[in-house]
Write a protein that binds this ligand. Structure first.
Ligand code: PLP
Ligand code: COI
Length: 340
């Protein structure tokens, strides 16, 4: 690490910090090259790249965690590799072999080991794998070449500090179309979310909640995180829809709720008009971890769940177990963690 870089680990937000090495591999003439680490954080690509004009790109997000014993582990990196290949399939981009994806992530963490925050700070090293269509092309068609890269950034909380409730408002806009790309991690979904996000933040909310784009009656996503609710009978509920990104954190919480907390777990429609079926609610994702939802504003009324300031007991338990597994304090199901 550059000796001049002094990081205040306990005070990190979710901001770009240039780390020492990133991985880069090029797809040309039908195959990926070997891939390599580089110190250069600039990409030199054709002005006519499909990623720039037609949104032919996708990305992933996962974290490296420092354990109490000083070792470093990744959480469910295989799931990110598979999900990236669902995005590449949708946008006619070449698949990245799962082993290559995992190896790239491992290389980047090892090469930037000093940027993995110390255990106990709550901070982590966020990995951002991505693929972009590059090369000379002007028609709307798949690119002739692709770049697969992984970079790393030390991060703290995405929303407010750690486990702190946040309020959200229902968006008047959609982030994706009913049979579009909402279920894939492609840049276009996030471009479409910038304007509604700005409105929410300007109005004092952490972010907005998207309803289903067909009927605008059912909850889908909480900004760049999935939604879950705990019913008054202690069931874990999360929405099901093809335009929701299949969150790896969400599927992990479903397993934790079922197997560790012995709760019934359902993926089903969640109607905004029936929101008072939940005594607690939260947003979950790699960046968001678990962010308790204090209240949701809908039709000029704020519906408060457990409390706007206190975290509900089930949310607290889910958070304790999830983070315990991610930081190596609690044994997780087989295959969830990868030692670097
Ligand atoms: N939903 C959206 C739109 C996201 O961008 C993310 C982030 O990856 C998630 C949900 C959470 O997914 P995961 O838990 O796999 O990070
Ligand atoms: C993540 O949670 O990994 C995300 O990608 C969310 C956001 C930073 C886009």
């Amino acid at each position: 690490m550059n000796k001049d870089v002094k990081i205040n680990w306990g005070n990190l937000g979710f901001n770009y910090i240039k780390t020492d090495y990133r991985y880069i591999s090029v797809w040309k003439d039908g195959q990926w090259d070997e891939g390599r680490l580089t110190e250069d954080n600039m990409l030199n690509i054709s002005e006519a790249s499909t990623a720039l004009h037609y949104g032919q790109q996708c990305f992933e997000g996962l974290k490296a965690y420092r354990r109490k014993d000083g070792k470093i582990q990744l959480f469910r990196v295989d799931r990110n590799a598979h999900r990236m290949n669902e995005s590449t399939a949708k946008l006619l981009m070449p698949e990245v072999p799962v082993d290559k994806f995992i190896d790239a992530c491992m290389q980047v963490v090892k090469a930037n080991e000093h940027y993995v925050p110390p255990y106990g700070t709550g901070a982590t090293l966020y990995l951002r794998p991505f693929i972009i269509g590059v090369g000379d092309n002007i028609g709307v068609k798949p690119a002739p070449e692709y770049i697969f890269s992984v970079f790393a950034v030390p991060v703290g909380p995405y929303f407010k500090d750690g486990l702190t409730p946040c309020n959200f408002m229902i968006a008047d806009y959609d982030r994706a179309a009913p049979y579009g790309t909402g279920g894939q991690k492609v840049g276009g979904n996030y471009a479409a979310s910038l304007h509604p996000h700005r409105i929410a933040v300007d109005r004092g909310f952490a972010d907005c909640i998207y309803l289903d784009p067909s009927t605008h009656k059912k909850i889908e996503e909480v900004g760049a995180a999935n939604f879950f609710g705990i019913t008054k009978n202690n069931e874990f509920i999360t929405p099901k829809s093809p335009s929701i990104l299949p969150s790896i954190t969400k599927y992990s919480l479903m397993d934790i709720a079922r197997d560790y907390l012995k709760m019934p777990v359902y993926e089903r429609d969640v109607y905004i008009d029936n929101i008072d079926e939940f005594k607690e609610a939260g947003a979950c994702g790699t960046a968001a971890v678990i962010t308790p939802i204090g209240g949701i504003e809908y039709k000029d009324k704020l519906h408060v769940f457990h409390s706007e300031t206190e975290v509900g007991p089930v949310t607290k338990e889910l958070y304790r177990i999830l983070c315990g597994i991610q930081f190596g304090d609690i044994e997780g199901p087989e295959g969830w963690t990868y030692l670097v």
